[in-house]
Design a protein around this ligand. Structure first.
Ligand SMILES: C[S@@+](CC[C@H](N)C(=O)[O-])C[C@H]1O[C@@H](n2cnc3c(N)ncnc32)[C@H](O)[C@@H]1O
Length: 148
């Protein structure tokens, strides 16, 4: 089993290189520039990354991710809601309503689909109001062919 990890932050590739694990393939790349192979992954994790993409690209990447899941593959990720503290002042990010979040995943089966709203801090210890959808979803197997 190998893990493909994609991040635009050069620190990620640096840390991965330090780890030197033969099964970890760290790519210093923009996820929008990666051709995700179809039906290739048993698990795709996209935690706190999709909201950082502009809306159109966020939607396109979600489609590519779903296409990249193998049958029974699991997608684990987050989206930010419209009441997130950053909504309204970060035009290049994506904030979604609950129905919009759900609409991205109509072809997947929910294991967890939760909505949380709370006051906390961001990665730089600054106060932030969080509105987050967290999801763990399974891609159903193709229906078995019917017998004649
Ligand atoms: C808020 S951090 C979350 C990191 C980690 N997933 C977590 O939950 O702690 C967002 C990460 O997404 C990466 N990122 C943002 N836009 C990206 C893009 N277009 N392609 C690849 N990585 C991106 C950033 O470099 C950063 O490491």
């Amino acid at each position: 089993m190998t893990v493909d990890a994609v991040d635009t932050d050069p620190l990620t590739a640096k840390l991965a290189a330090r780890l030197g694990h033969p099964c970890l393939n760290a790519m210093h790349e923009d996820v929008r520039r990666i051709a995700i192979p179809p039906a290739a992954y048993a698990l795709i994790v996209a935690i706190h990354v999709l909201p950082f993409l502009p809306r159109v690209e966020c939607s396109a990447i979600i489609s590519a991710i779903i296409n990249g899941l193998a049958d029974d593959g699991i997608l684990c990720g987050t989206l930010f809601g419209v009441r997130d503290g950053w909504a309204g002042n970060r035009a290049l990010m994506t904030f979604v309503s609950k129905s919009e979040a759900a609409s991205y995943f109509t072809h997947l089966l929910p294991i967890v689909f939760s909505e949380a709203e709370y006051d906390g801090i961001d990665a730089h210890d600054r106060p932030k109001h969080w509105h987050v959808f967290r999801f763990i979803l399974r891609k159903p197997s193709c229906p078995a062919p019917t017998q004649a």
